[in-house]
Write a protein that binds this ligand. Sequence first.
Ligand code: BTN
Length: 235
Amino acid sequence: MQRTTSTNDDVVTAARDGAPEGLVIVAEHQTAGRGRLNRQWVSPPGTGLTFSVLLRPAVAEERWTWLPLLTGVALAEACATATGVDVVLKWPNDLLARDRKLGGILATRVESAVVIGIGVNVTTAREDLPVAEATSLLLAGAAAPDREHVLGVALRTLADRYQSWSATGGDPETLRAAYAARCGTLGARIRVALPDGSSLDGTATDIDTDGRLVVETADGEHAVSSGDVVHVRSA
Ligand code: BTN
């Protein structure tokens, strides 16, 4: 569609109305795009990919925490395959290129379904990026990135990853290895802002079987299920 408030809201409504798994809504322009942690997602019309997918997972609900991470792996693989840009994941599912944010994923639970929203900056010029710390596939070195091509590869890669994971009953191990191989957070010194307003400073040592980030701090190990990670550079 040309214009909508948020493709996630559109797919949530469709899910409530009984739409089948696999529904995809793509928009050229979102007027109220949403990001994680109550942030906005702003993308100048025609320069990025903004789309949402409806999943109705047949695996046990306690495995669903892996869906945003699975999507991150699939999108990182797809961007690399379609454009040659090396994409790294910042836990849980920020897509980074050259240490700058290229895209993000917002998962919303709705009844027995999960809506996965994906935003990727594709041809966005530096002056059109919403924040200075962001980037696009073009700025990260892709010669002439084509949004339709990236979208096609992304949907195929996501479908492949989702079907393989579903076929194992949502077994996290294969996915965990693929995630770890792409994750720039593991092994890094980090600061995590937690939803209760506190923060943790330490080293990211592992991803546990629920997809939580394990952080080693001065007072021991913490498994974090939600938060905003900053990779801390040593001086
Ligand atoms: C984030 O990094 O904070 C997640 C951003 C997710 C943005 C996408 S764009 C398509 C879909 N519709 C929305 O309103 N948000 C997601």
